[in-house]
Design a protein around this ligand. Sequence first.
Ligand SMILES: Nc1ncnc2c1ncn2[C@@H]1O[C@H](COP(=O)(O)OP(=O)(O)OP(=O)(O)O)[C@@H](O)[C@H]1O
Ligand SMILES: [Mg+2]
Length: 584
Amino acid sequence: MNAIKPLPDLLISQIAAGEVVERPASVLKELVENSLDAGAGQIDVELIEGGVRSIRVADDGGGIDKAELPLALARHATSKIASLVDLERVASYGFRGEALASIASVARLTLTSRSRDAAHAWRIDAADLSLTPAALGRGTVIEAGDLYFNTPARRKFLKQEATEYAHCDEALRRMALARPDVAFSLAHNRSVKHRLAASDLSSRVRELLGEEFFNQTRVVTANAGELRLTGFAALPAYSRPGRDAQYFFVNGRFVRDKLLSHAVRQAYADILHGNRHPAYVLFLELDPAGVDVNVHPAKIEVRFREARGVHQFVFHALQRLLAAPLEQLAAPPNPAASYLAEPGWQPRRQTSLAVSEQTPSAYYDFVSAANGPAASPAGVAQEAPSAEESDPAPLGYALAQLHGIFILAQNAAGLVLIDMHAAHERILYEKLKASLSDAPPTQALLIPALFSASETELATAGEYATALVRLGFEISPAGPRQLAVRAVPALLANAAIAELVRALLADLRDFPESQVIDARRNELLATMACHGAVRARRSLSIPEMNALLRQMEATERADQCNHGRPTWTQMTLADLDRLFLRGR
Ligand SMILES: Nc1ncnc2c1ncn2[C@@H]1O[C@H](COP(=O)(O)OP(=O)(O)OP(=O)(O)O)[C@@H](O)[C@H]1O
Ligand SMILES: [Mg+2]
């Protein structure tokens, strides 16, 4: 063993740089954050070769006095905090006083700055701390070149130019979203990539995330005590295959926080398929004392003092927003409304177009609703409404079933197309959720459903027996490789039991710990609903179809199925006219 020796300063900074300066994009982030902290209104970024060759950030902020230039590059020197109390309520991006020192230890760095009342600017070279007079109107220009020129091992980890540029672009987007009031420009290899004028959040979001995102979002504004959540959350129709459009800011700082992303995921869980990702730009504001930003060297993680409260707040705010029911129906943009005024127009009653076979009653819940008198609280509106009354059946009345997949219905506006399985799945899901808030009504099976099970399925059934009971199942081994299902949730009495239970066991097995079952119960319910829902190709009678429509109207969120697909769509008479080039 060698003797213990203090590390040289440069090496200390290089070690720190390992955490803060992961790639060109991290340099860009630190420099732009400094500009924002300096009160800049315009920030111009120029990159060469993905930022590896050079990153130049120019701002019109307050600048640095000549006397303080060497300190700006020194380790642990900052103008932003002076005490622990300051740290606990820090509102600036920077506070560690080490970003410039770290960058200077792994790149060639020069800083040119002119403070407000200086006669001219000064330039400092980090290599030798030499100061020379320079020409600059105002603000600060920092150039970092040849990243990792002195640490070849790290340089090897840099990716292709295009990849590094993409990371830089993303870093700039984050900051530009956080500060729409600041103008930004970004150039790569001398060609301009972004030119963003100072504006408001809506315009900035539109510009950076595109019209399509903007048009498919709901505006978020929620308050609870000291907590405030604002921004934009995309409807499931705009879900993404990746996490590329997820921006969460805490007190203006972009963060990647497990707690927050979990809260968001939960809020979308009901309406988004597991392998789709929600898109959002959200801003959480709270008392700086309630959040610790000094958790991660790059400040990308935070810790909340009231973690649970924050989670609940974010979850509920988003869930409420996304759950707003059938909004198109509440205020129908109804281009065909004139038809209502035509004398003698009535939504047509049921026709006998559907070729329906007689179905065993009580096969599905809506079937019994259709067949038994007043069997369902949702009721079955069989009477066509008169034009004057407010429409009791916004989704209209069933005309026929198409290929055993879609229901065609007629309402005041025109034609409604319903995805039968998706709609029923949604209804079942909401019912399961409601029924499980207390003891789920279960139905014992007269003849237990037996199925051959794998070792893992047997083990999972044993391990999660209590959880399964809470979900309404009674499952026990019936032999060395067999499971018997003796009771199921009443709502699912007619599902294909073996398949349903297999899917459920697979879900359970994938959970790392039993504690998370509560948190992921809705996912389990979604699996159950999917298996319980009426399958494609099953023919429904007209009363059954109408009962399904009435239940959809009564069900929250019936316009999205559990997997984020829409459950129905409206084609207005005007839409149909257009299809046939029929002038009116
Ligand atoms: N663009 C700039 N305009 C004005 N002052 C700046 C600028 N960049 C850096 N400074 C000054 O240099 C100091 C050091 O910057 P540096 O980024 O190293 O540390 P910091 O921002 O204080 O903390 P952190 O390490 O958390 O970023 C800052 O505290 C600030 O006073
Ligand atoms: Mg800084």
